[in-house]
Design a protein around this ligand. Structure first.
Ligand SMILES: Cc1cc2nc3c(=O)[nH]c(=O)nc-3n(C[C@H](O)[C@H](O)[C@H](O)COP(=O)(O)OP(=O)(O)OC[C@H]3O[C@@H](n4cnc5c(N)ncnc54)[C@H](O)[C@@H]3O)c2cc1C
Length: 325
């Protein structure tokens, strides 16, 4: 049984925000790992997000934004900053013909389910990807060679002062698992996706198949905590080449047998780490470092991390760790 920190839940006067001091971040990440932050501000709507950002800024406190926590590894020591969690269980979706306006806090799979149910195609391949729409736009999430950035018509962004503005999707410099937002720290308040009319029954059947395939290939993070692929796939060296799976290189390097403490490489996918009882974020960090090293020794090639590390880890580059991003 894990010990929980005692936390204080308050509604910050005036702001009406839901704030928890010393909130343990393992409750908010799919890895179910991570120590406490200084305070967590939870917000669901664009209006609440604006108040949260302005509140953190008025306190003069550095903040880190998270959505579904499905692509972050938080240090066991926690994060010496405020955390703003922009996440909503309610879909917060508006449709006008084949355009869909959705809050960045909405769960991506809720959006995909809504699109399939209402006969909108162009995003079905995202079925079953955990996390929020905002997290997906930032990391240009995708599967089967397709990515959400291709459907983004425009976005509403917010800066650290709580100011918002609109931009067309192609201003975000989308590429494989990348967008401009990873460099700028701008927040996806909401986005507008251009989808296409499609047959509902076909979409639903395709969605069922994708979900089945994912459940056979990927761990269910609710049962086997994880954060998906640790490393990016390898970009082709020429425009004619195809992207190569990092998992293949890891498997050749013997990574499927690797284990550090309570962190083990998933037996059906060498690019995924799962947490066993008692596993720590430091175990995951050390295992990921060992996986990276094994590919370097075998192929002379450095894998690039896809997931974001938050807070301090033993053995991390202090300069990178200090930046949080
Ligand atoms: C079992 C499993 C399978 C997965 N499969 C896939 C897959 O097939 N394809 C894929 O692409 N990914 C996959 N992932 C990774 C993950 O689901 C995606 O990266 C997801 O889009 C992250 O969204 P999130 O809300 O959880 O982001 P978080 O983990 O909360 O945050 C990740 C990054 O996004 C930023 N962020 C979050 N919300 C916003 C916002 N509103 N505006 C700006 N920045 C924001 C955070 O600051 C952070 O830098 C998988 C993960 C798991 C656990």
């Amino acid at each position: 049984m894990q010990r929980r920190r005692i936390v204080k839940t308050v509604n910050a006067y005036d702001s009406g925000l839901h704030i928890r001091y010393g909130a343990a971040l393992d409750e908010y990440t799919t890895f179910q790992l991570g120590g406490a932050c200084r305070l967590m501000i939870s917000c669901r709507t664009p209006e609440e997000l604006e108040r949260a950002v302005r509140y953190a800024s008025a306190l003069g406190m550095h903040y880190v934004l998270i959505g579904g926590g499905s692509n972050v590894l938080v240090s066991d020591k926690g994060v010496d900053a405020a955390v703003i969690r922009y996440f909503s269980d309610e879909p917060l979706i508006h449709r006008k013909k084949n355009m869909v306006e959705v809050a960045g806090s909405a769960v991506l799979d809720h959006l995909v389910g809504y699109a399939a149910d209402t006969g909108l195609g162009g995003i079905n391949y995202c079925s079953g990807i955990p996390g929020t729409v905002g997290g997906a736009v930032l990391g240009n999430a995708g599967a089967f060679g397709r990515q959400i950035g291709d459907a983004v018509e425009s976005v509403t962004l917010m800066n650290e002062r709580g100011e918002t503005w609109n931009e067309p999707g192609d201003a975000l410099d989308f590429s494989y698992r990348r967008s401009r937002l990873q460099r700028t720290g701008e927040i996806v308040v909401s986005c507008r996706l251009e989808l296409e009319n499609a047959d509902r029954n076909q979409l639903s059947e395709e969605r069922r198949n994708i979900l089945k395939m994912r459940s056979e290939k990927h761990p269910d993070w609710r049962v086997e905590p994880c954060i998906g692929s640790i490393f990016r796939n390898i970009e082709p060296t020429s425009s004619a080449g195809r992207r190569k799976a990092a998992g293949w290189f890891l498997e050749q390097a013997g990574a499927k047998d690797f284990k550090v403490g309570g962190a083990v490489v998933f037996d059906r996918h060498a690019n995924i780490i799962v947490k066993r009882p008692g596993g720590t974020a430091q175990d995951v960090f050390d295992l990921a470092a060992r996986m990276e090293e094994s590919v370097f020794e075998e192929f002379g090639m450095r894998l690039v991390r896809e997931v974001r590390y938050l807070g301090l880890f033993k053995g991390d580059d202090p300069q990178i760790a200090a930046e949080f991003h």
